[in-house]
Every structure is written in C-alpha cells, then in structure tokens.
Design a binder for this molecule. Structure first.
Ligand SMILES: Cc1cc2nc3c(=O)[nH]c(=O)nc-3n(C[C@H](O)[C@H](O)[C@H](O)COP(=O)(O)OP(=O)(O)OC[C@H]3O[C@@H](n4cnc5c(N)ncnc54)[C@H](O)[C@@H]3O)c2cc1C
Ligand code: FES
Length: 252
C-alpha cells in the first residue's frame, strides 16, 4: 500500500499494482490485508472482501472503504508500507452510453466509488449526483468532479434524496443514460424512475461475495432471464434485466 487518505467517514487506500491489468470502470477487486486478517489465534482466515475500483492511474489502484465490519475496519487501519493482497480486476463494468445519450452518474454513500473512475474515463464532464446520509459521509464527494450533493439530514447540499436531484435533471433533459451505484433502496428507486421514463440505466449491484470469480455461487441474484452470478455477469447490470434492484444478501 502506498498511501492512505481520510475523507470524513471514508478511507481511500492507494496501492501499486505494477504490471497489473488496467481495470474497467465498474470492475472490482477482492481485498485482504497480508497481516492481521481475522480475529482468531492465527488471525486468518477471514474471507477477502469485494471493493469497486475507485480510480486507476500510473499503475496505482485506489479504493474507497467505509468501516462497517471486521474486514473494512482492518483495511481502514492499514498504513503506507503495509501489504495489501488483491485479486482482480473482476466482473463486468460499465458500457458506454447508447444512442449518443449523455451519461448521468447517480451515487449513494460508498457507492460513489465506481462512478469516480467512470467519470474519469468519460473525460471528467459527466454530471454526478451524489447522496449521503450526513456531512461526514458527504466529505467523500470531493472524489468526483463538480458533484451535486444531497444529504438525508440537509447538512450539505439539497436536503433530501439523490433521486430528487435525478428527477429534476431528467425533467430538464431525458436523453440520458443513467449510471448508478448505491444502497439497494436507492438503486431500486433509480431503476423504477428510469423504467417509467424509458431512460436506459446501468446499475452496479452488490451481493455477498465469497470468492469473486464464479466458484462459490454465493453472489447469485435473480434477473428476468433467471439466476446469475453477480461476480461474473455483474456487478454492473443493465436495469432492463431486473424486476427489482433489491437483491438478497446485499450489505447496504
Ligand atoms: C462488487 C462489490 C463492490 C463493493 N465495493 C465496495 C466499496 O467500494 N467500498 C466499500 O466500503 N464496500 C464495498 N463493497 C461492500 C463490502 O464488500 C462489504 O460491505 C463487506 O462485506 C464488508 O466487510 P466487513 O468484514 O467489514 O463487514 P461484514 O462482516 O461483511 O458486514 C458487517 C455488517 O455490516 C453490514 N454492512 C455492510 N456494509 C454496510 C454499510 N456500508 N453500511 C451499513 N452496514 C453495512 C453487513 O450487512 C453486515 O451486517 C462492495 C461489495 C461488492 C459485492
Ligand atoms: S462470489 Fe463466488 S460465485 Fe460469485
């Protein structure tokens, strides 16, 4: 690991991945620390955890971590020079907008992570609407260019839901393609809004992932075409494939 930055409730870890494949926006890595990973006598094995790549530049990968349990707590404690083990890039990422539509990025909480690298790849111009619960979490908004922010408690930006900002945008111009990542309830609201307006959307989902590469079937989610392994066919899915974005096993 080369650097650690705190942004309010979040930690950004940077690590070098010299010679590693360049990730696509929306892909993820399975991360674990080389030392003290787990709580038992030998401090192993806690399974690695899945993290979207936040940014990739100069053979360095960035990850955005929120401390919500034992794995993320340990990762948030890492210091420059500590060894971070990673497997990736994994899964399928975002596809470019269709029909010359304008990309509209909609993120909630730690789900802003894959939108940062996607905004970079789109040239930095795509508008980003970001929702957070409070000011400590809204500190993460600096990771995207020119974001419009909403908070649940009104401490920063619009007082309300990010989907309210999204509705305003689509009322002004709905020749857009929405790229969203966030908690299941937010993703479901985005999916419904887009379906109602015939606006295409790509949703980065979450489900419990034990392996990250198709072996354990722990990440299976239902789609209109049957069950799929989210680690292989996702985590980004076209919204039209889903009857609901609220899937069992999603952490948040
Ligand atoms: C494809 C993919 C990409 C992901 N990208 C990121 C990322 O970029 N950054 C990131 O921080 N996490 C990300 N996650 C989520 C992360 O992998 C899980 O939250 C992980 O389980 C945390 O491990 P843990 O050991 O800390 O907590 P666990 O022991 O696994 O979970 C502890 C408890 O916290 C709940 N929980 C999990 N996350 C949250 C949350 N955010 N808020 C409230 N409760 C929660 C769980 O349901 C559980 O009850 C991603 C997950 C997937 C599948
Ligand atoms: S995480 Fe193991 S099959 Fe998807």
């Amino acid at each position: 690991m080369t650097a650690r930055e705190r942004h309010g409730a979040y930690v950004v870890l940077r690590c070098s991945d010299v010679g590693g494949p360049r990730p696509q926006a929306g892909q993820f890595y399975m991360l674990s620390s080389a030392a003290r990973w787990g709580g038992g006598h030998a401090e192993r094995p806690l399974l690695p955890r899945a993290f979207s790549v936040l940014r990739a530049e100069d053979e360095e990968l960035h990850f955005l971590i929120e401390d919500v349990g034992p794995g993320t707590k340990r990762l948030c404690e890492l210091q420059p020079g500590d060894d971070l083990m990673l497997v990736g890039p994994l899964g399928a990422g975002f596809a470019p907008p269709r029909e010359a539509r304008a990309a509209l990025l909609v993120g909630g909480g730690v789900g802003i992570a894959p939108l940062a690298i996607w905004q970079d790849e789109l040239g930095g111009q795509a508008p980003a609407l970001l929702g957070f619960r409070d000011a400590a979490h809204a500190a993460g908004a600096v990771l995207l260019a020119a974001p419009q922010v909403a908070t649940d408690d009104g401490s920063v930006g619009h007082h309300g839901l990010v989907t309210e900002l999204m509705t305003e945008r689509l009322d002004a111009d709905d020749h857009a393609e929405v790229y969203a990542c966030g908690p299941p309830a937010m993703l479901e609201a985005v999916r419904e809004l887009c379906a109602r307006r015939d606006v295409p959307a790509q949703l980065a989902l979450e489900s419990g992932m034990a392996c990250g590469f198709g072996a354990c079937f722990g990440c299976v989610v239902p789609t209109r075409h049957g069950l799929i392994r989210l680690c292989l066919e996702g985590p980004v899915l076209d919204a039209s494939l889903l009857e609901t974005a609220v899937v069992a096993g999603a952490g948040h």
